[in-house]
Design a protein around this ligand. Structure first.
Ligand SMILES: Cc1cc2nc3c(=O)[nH]c(=O)nc-3n(C[C@H](O)[C@H](O)[C@H](O)COP(=O)(O)O)c2cc1C
Length: 359
């Protein structure tokens, strides 16, 4: 039995309770990660709500916490109460969060988010921007996202792309000032980075689209710029090889852009790659699951996600399918998830009521 392991851990989940090193200096005390989960709770100036301090501190027994998506600028905004990380007051409240997490021996990364065409002028004050002017299908059919139908986004100019890269760099600096241990770029689930990576939403024929290399360029440039602020081994990336949430549409060859990005992240020794919201099913056009695709194309640290139970995650670790497993809904429903798993206690199932009442 491993010396680091609490003696009470049931055999079924033992692999979750071995430490793991991320990058040069972060030692995670176990393989359990809090998946980024939007809370939609902020102050009027978009500093995270005070309840965020306890929300994250009470989950600090995880090997790593990843915050909810945190918007990098006013332009990036696409929901009613999404916290930001672009003013002094945002940074001050996040510093209270990271202090509380560190006081309990936890590690925490901020997930940096730009919604691209999923942003909305009602929340941001300006028309949404995206690689190309492609409206999402739900909006075309009159459906709403939060309170509004999406608007046709403006195709980003070269200057707007540069400004957006700068917003991420500023956010990375602010995350460092706020005491975060690193950042995760939210390149999954159909938001701005994913819109650059996939052909349906990237119709450009300039330096930012038209080939796999050019579709991957925006993510690579942001990654490299943030790595100069924090070190590459403090920057993780979340990717969606197979999930087409946010009205994304698959086009043959999308995976080639991801492969270019993954090769770069491997060479740069990124902190980790994290599977998006996907489940663990076989994807015909990848001829494997999303997590297998990421494992095959990136040999650094991999965080798997999507519908795992503690037992199935432990089984995945035994089979070396990933290094770490993130839990979203189960961790929202059980702030003491780590303790419950280690003591073999029953878990509270997730329901919408959990989200509505969570602190
Ligand atoms: C309420 C809620 C909010 C979420 N917000 C985010 C988010 O801000 N960023 C993100 O990358 N994923 C977000 N997700 C997706 C989760 O990170 C995770 O991928 C998903 O819940 C599947 O994992 P699970 O089966 O362990 O819950 C959210 C999920 C839920 C349930």
């Amino acid at each position: 039995m491993n010396a680091h392991m609490p003696t009470l851990v049931p055999e079924l989940v033992e692999p979750l309770f071995t430490p793991f090193k991320v990058g040069a200096s972060l030692v995670l005390k176990n393989r359990i990660v809090l998946a980024p989960c939007t809370r939609n709770r902020s102050e009027l100036d978009y500093a995270p709500a005070k309840s965020a301090i306890n929300h994250y501190a009470s989950r600090a027994a995880a090997g790593l916490l990843i915050t909810e998506g945190v918007v990098v600028s006013q332009q990036a905004r696409g929901g009613p109460a999404l916290p930001g990380i672009y003013t002094a007051s945002h940074v001050a409240r996040w510093a209270e969060v990271t202090d509380a997490v560190h006081a309990r021996g936890g590690l925490i990364f901020a997930q940096l988010w730009h919604l691209g065409r999923m942003a909305h002028s009602f929340y941001s004050g300006t028309q949404a921007i995206a690689p190309s002017a492609v409206l999402d299908d739900a909006a075309r059919h009159g459906e709403r996202y939060y309170d509004f139908r999406h608007e046709l986004p403006l195709e980003m100019t070269d200057a707007q792309i540069r400004e957006t890269i700068s917003s991420f760099v500023e956010a990375a600096k602010n995350a460092k000032t706020a005491g975060f241990d690193g950042i995760e770029l939210h390149a999954a689930n159909g938001y701005l980075f994913d819109q650059f990576l996939k052909q349906h939403t990237n119709r450009r024929c300039d330096a930012w689209g038209g080939s796999a290399e050019k579709r991957a360029r925006f993510l690579i440039e942001v990654f490299d710029a943030c790595a100069t602020v924090l070190g590459a081994d403090r920057v993780g990336v979340r990717l969606s090889p197979a999930d087409y949430m946010s009205e994304m549409v698959h086009t043959d060859g999308d995976e080639d852009g991801l492969k270019v990005a993954l090769a770069h992240l491997h060479r740069a020794a990124a902190a980790y790659v994290h599977t998006g919201i996907e489940d663990d099913s076989f994807v015909p056009y990848l001829r494997q699951t999303a997590t297998e695709f990421l494992r095959a194309n990136f040999s650094g640290t991999l965080i798997a996600n999507g519908g795992y139970s503690p037992a199935s995650a432990a089984q995945g670790l035994r089979g070396n399918k990933a290094d770490l497993y993130s839990f979203g809904r189960l961790f929202l429903a059980n702030s003491d998830l780590v303790e419950r798993i280690s003591h073999g206690k029953q878990l509270v199932p997730y329901s919408r009521a959990v989200y509505d009442t969570m602190r």
